[in-house]
Design a protein around this ligand. Structure first.
Ligand SMILES: NC(=O)C1=CN([C@@H]2O[C@H](COP(=O)(O)OP(=O)(O)OC[C@H]3O[C@@H](n4cnc5c(N)ncnc54)[C@H](O)[C@@H]3O)[C@@H](O)[C@H]2O)C=CC1
Ligand SMILES: O=C([O-])CC(=O)C(=O)O
Length: 329
């Protein structure tokens, strides 16, 4: 029998988790042969709601779901986990930028980093979703340096999915015609949805969509501002699409990438494309099914370089704000 995968989900009674957990337990991420043990982590006021979610999971009678642990205790919650999906945190409201959440959310990720280093399985991989996700990931990782850099990710996949859909709709083609869409930098309004390298039906997107102004004036701002547009329309931040992006992110790490495509993930910079080492930066990445690598050697035209510099500087500024959450303090 296949060994069960043990997955911790923080914020397990929240909106994103409510769209995620049922798909995880159904096998959408690790496949129909892999049993799953869920470690559902919440804060005390949400434990009653979490009991309700767990009852619903029970009531689905998922054959793959072997065990559930419901806890507020990080040592218990992260014990032996192979994956940690760090979602639990406060979402922004209309009028806020994600970075405005650093004060309230940043402190969550320091003890979580420590507990992961002390209790998780030796092969643990961590995906940070709670915003601002790149810098929250930095806080967790800096407090858990025992976990190798290549096992940490922050989520930019929702931006990539948004970008692919915008391109497919504008070109009037099926989604799987759209390939090699990169998201550079921060999961914020400075992110760079990259149309320069995107391909549609095997050709450069800029050849297929013969409307140069559309890319800068519509495509980039639409993707950068999509989260805010959803908050305005729904009165709450994106949840089902975020959960879907969590599933896509994990799958893109554990499965080899398609030969003619790449994925979007925030990873720890090793200095690629001149990004300072240690920052969590959205890059185009490829996986061999075990390990994720940044796609290197892409030409970076000047307008793209200028935009990458803006999002890089924002991440440097965010890092400067969280000094007291780093381990030397
Ligand atoms: N990276 C991305 O692409 C996206 C990130 N997000 C972010 O994901 C986060 C969660 O969003 P939602 O699920 O909609 O929020 P939500 O408010 O519905 O749920 C958050 C849950 O986290 C729990 N929580 C708070 N502090 C916690 C802690 N210290 N430990 C464990 N659980 C804790 C809360 O009790 C709540 O149940 C937000 O920060 C949001 O901005 C949302 C969409 C996309
Ligand atoms: O915009 C937000 O606050 C939630 C989020 O990260 C997204 O939808 O991309």
């Amino acid at each position: 029998m296949t060994t069960p995968v043990r997955v911790a989900v923080t914020g397990a009674a929240g909106q994103i988790a409510y769209s995620l957990l049922f798909r995880l337990a159904a096998g959408d991420v690790f496949g129909p042969e892999t049993p799953i043990e869920l470690s559902l982590i919440e804060i005390e006021p949400a434990m009653a709601a979490l009991e309700g979610v767990a009852m619903e999971l029970d009531d689905c009678a998922f054959p793959l779901l072997r065990r559930m642990e419901l806890t507020t205790d990080l040592a218990r919650g992260f014990d032996g986990v192979n994956w940690a999906l760090l979602i639990g945190s406060v979402p922004r409201k209309a009028g806020m930028e994600r970075r405005d959440l650093l004060g309230v959310n940043g402190a969550i990720f320091r003890p979580q980093g420590r507990a992961l280093a002390e209790h998780a399985a030796s092969d643990v991989r961590v995906l940070v979703v709670g915003n601002p996700c790149n810098t929250n990931a930095l806080i967790a990782r800096e407090n858990a340096r025992e976990i190798p850099a290549e096992r940490w990710f922050s989520m930019t996949r929702l931006d990539q999915n948004r970008a692919r859909t915008q391109l497919a709709q504008r070109a009037g083609v099926a989604l799987d015609e759209v390939r090699t869409v990169a998201i550079w930098g921060n999961h914020s309004a400075t992110q760079v949805p990259d149309y320069w390298h995107a391909r549609i039906g095997g050709k450069p997107a800029t050849e297929v969509i013969d409307d140069a102004a559309w890319f800068d004036e519509h495509f980039i701002p639409t993707v950068q501002q999509r989260g805010a547009a959803i908050i305005k329309a729904r009165g709450a931040s994106s949840a089902a699409s975020a959960a879907n992006a969590v599933i896509d992110s994990v799958r893109s790490v554990i499965h080899p990438s398609a030969a003619d495509d790449w994925e979007a993930l925030g990873v720890v910079s090793a200095g690629e494309y001149g990004i300072p080492e240690g920052l969590f930066f959205g890059f185009p990445v490829r996986s061999d099914g075990e390990r994720v690598h940044v796609v290197e050697g892409l030409d970076v035209p000047e307008p793209l370089a200028a935009r990458i510099a803006v999002t890089r500087d924002e991440l440097i500024a965010e890092r400067a704000e969280i000094g007291d959450l780093l381990p030397s303090h």
